[in-house]
Design a protein around this ligand. Structure first.
Ligand SMILES: NC(=O)c1ccc[n+]([C@@H]2O[C@H](COP(=O)([O-])OP(=O)(O)OC[C@H]3O[C@@H](n4cnc5c(N)ncnc54)[C@H](OP(=O)(O)O)[C@@H]3O)[C@@H](O)[C@H]2O)c1
Length: 340
């Protein structure tokens, strides 16, 4: 019998990729868990129009109620937005009570240790610890940085349509630290393999297509576009100083979501470019399995092929269907004078 998978966040960027991966794989019976307040949105209607099964329920509903729902599923996957990690709590407890065979909490970021490097990672860790305390079978899946948010724009403006930030021309901390990258569209293809694999149960796995430094990426973009990028530079010290400045404001105004969100790109850059966390050897040190080693037959889209799509005018901008979180982040960056 096909594994019955309940997916939270199917209307989002990561969730949509996962949904596509599950459907393309063909061996899953997938259902999208949507919040009742979203059932009439165009995004949920688009799922229904595609023939995707949907189930409306509030993830913060009482555990007993969620347990009844989860009894009908073997696997639960969460791809909830970056600021809603705590909302997974009842789902975790209900999954345990319902006997769910594998819970995939919302990870899907770059490899980073818990403990103060990236606050968003620490919010995820709280949920991982709940899972482990309950002996709930799980898999944590991290993906490096999406191709879709990590390519530089060029002076002609022909890459702007596909970029979530314009301009995107900053080299961080010298630009020589390699980072794992995955095309957003491939996350789901990896997930579909990972959740069927007994080797990944109670493990962390990272996916990737390329391991590249910013300097290599900028050189690749220049080579393919024939343009010279006007680089800006941010040193490690400047990144660290911005983090201190933002944290001071958060201390004074903890409810200021836009400012809180600016910590995400700043701390990402600290983790990735300054500390060098997003490298295979560090991931393995933290105990991760490498999805490319597990599935050598799965050929992910290369970063180069993605950049070619961008330059051919064929790429799709991430968050095209609008994301409140992303809009709040842009507002915070503007308020704080923070560039990528
Ligand atoms: N590696 C990278 O480069 C990278 C980049 C961006 C994000 N991420 C990570 O990916 C994860 C997913 O983020 P995303 O940007 O893909 O998500 P997103 O596009 O913002 O979508 C969030 C999803 O969560 C759903 N949702 C939000 N609040 C909900 C609630 N209270 N109840 C039920 N559903 C709710 C939304 O449903 P509605 O349709 O109801 O709004 C939507 O489907 C994040 O945790 C983030 O850390 C990683």
């Amino acid at each position: 019998m096909a594994q019955r998978v309940l997916l939270l966040g199917a209307t989002g960027q990561t969730g949509n990729s996962i949904l596509n991966g599950l459907l393309e794989n063909g061996s899953y019976d997938a259902t999208a868990l949507v919040r009742p307040s979203s059932t009439e949105t165009a995004r949920v209607k688009a799922l229904v129009d595609r023939g995707v099964k949907t189930l409306a329920a509030d993830v913060t509903a009482p555990v007993e109620q969620l347990t009844v729902i989860l009894r009908n599923f073997d696997v639960v996957i969460s791809a909830i937005d970056a600021v809603s990690m705590h909302l997974q709590r009842n789902l975790v407890v209900a999954a345990k009570q319902a006997g769910v065979k594998r819970f995939v909490p919302c990870a899907f970021i770059s490899v980073c240790p818990p403990g103060g490097v990236l606050d968003m990672r620490d919010e995820k860790e709280v949920i991982y610890q709940e899972i482990r305390k309950l002996h709930l079978p799980y898999t944590i899946i991290d993906v490096g940085v999406w191709h879709q948010v990590f390519f530089p724009t060029v002076p002609s403006g022909r890459a702007d349509y596909a970029s979530v930030f314009v301009p995107n021309t900053t080299i961080h901390a010298g630009g020589n630290t390699p980072t794992l990258l995955t095309d957003l569209r491939d996350i789901g293809r990896f997930v579909a393999r990972i959740i069927a694999d007994p080797r990944t149960l109670n493990q962390s796995v990272y996916t990737w297509s390329d391991l590249l430094t910013e300097n290599e990426i900028f050189a690749l973009m220049e080579d393919l576009s024939g343009e010279t990028i006007d680089r800006t530079y941010l040193s490690a010290e400047e990144i660290e100083a911005s983090i201190v400045r933002v944290k001071e404001i958060i201390r004074e105004d903890p409810g200021n979501l836009p400012v809180r969100l600016t910590l995400v790109p700043l701390q990402y850059n600290l983790s990735r470019a300054v500390r060098g966390d997003g490298r295979p050897e560090y991931a393995k040190y933290l105990g991760y399995l490498d999805a490319r080693e597990l599935y050598p037959d799965l050929e992910p889209r290369s970063f180069k092929s993605f950049v070619e799509e961008v330059l051919d005018g064929k790429a799709e901008r991430a968050y095209n269907n609008n994301s409140t979180v992303f809009e709040q982040l842009k507002k915070g960056m503007m308020e704080m004078g923070i560039t990528l």
